[in-house]
Unconditional design. Structure first.
Length: 245
């Protein structure tokens, strides 16, 4: 663990001053792996794990793999943060592994993703889900990853955590805004607007946004952009079922 931490510190220092440190670090991770993988880095913005943004996606499978988790609200990254432990799915046809996120597994396979490995940067002192980072490795074929590649991924996700802690508070520096507020953070803006308009919690507002994206067959980020920038208004959610006697 000490050598991993030291390597993470060196990596963070190497990428800190890059224009897009998240993408720079994720590219470095992909290059360092012995097996060909696409790599994504996701930030859970709240302890309930309801709101997530993709900070970086490198490789042909990463962008879709990350977007599906955000759009569906399920997937290995959510499970990894909930469990406070890595989620290794070497074969997305294995329902014993994918049982907690069957819709994600089905749609990921449809986009050519056959294996996913999600490694969270979590503090072992926590016993409940916390906001945090998850590094996901996506492969177009089933099969386990070598332990050396898993160690490489762990080192890079810990470096990402150090980078996130090192940037200034958002608003103090343009580089900090670029790191903390990626393009698809428009989802959070839309969630806030929907929450205010419909008197919903942010979790309910995000669920409403997701359900309409699914119904329209569109991407969550695209629908959020229409809400924020084109004034699109979503229909009111259905009233809750009456409580029986």
């Amino acid at each position: 663990m000490t050598s991993t931490r030291a390597a993470a510190v060196e990596l963070a220092a190497l990428h800190l001053d890059r224009p897009d440190p998240a993408t720079s670090l994720v590219r470095a991770c992909r290059t360092a792996l012995s097996r060909r993988c696409s790599v994504g880095l996701t930030l859970a913005a709240d302890a309930a794990l309801a709101q997530r943004v993709s900070l970086a996606a490198v490789g042909p499978l990463a962008e879709r793999g990350e977007a599906l988790q955000i759009n569906l609200g399920e997937g290995p990254c959510v499970q990894a943060l909930s469990r406070l432990a890595p989620v290794l799915a070497p074969d997305l046809d294995d329902t014993d592994v994918t049982g907690a996120w069957p819709v994600y597994a089905e749609q990921a396979r449809a986009h050519g993703i056959r294996a996913v490995f999600a490694l969270p940067a979590v503090d072992p002192r926590y016993t409940v889900p916390q906001p945090g980072l998850v590094l996901c490795l996506y492969r177009d074929r089933p099969g386990a990853l070598p332990e050396a590649d898993l160690r490489t991924a762990r080192t890079h996700v810990h470096a990402a955590e150090l980078l996130l802690l090192a940037v200034p508070t958002p608003g103090e520096d343009d580089a900090a805004d670029a790191w903390l507020l990626p393009a698809d953070a428009v989802v959070h803006q839309a969630t806030g607007m929907i929450s205010h308009r419909h008197a919903l919690t942010t979790g309910q507002a995000l669920a409403l946004l997701r359900s309409h994206a699914h119904a329209l067959g569109t991407d969550l980020t695209g629908l959020a952009h229409a809400v924020v920038h084109r004034g699109m208004r979503l229909p009111d959610p259905p009233p809750p079922d009456p409580i029986g006697p």
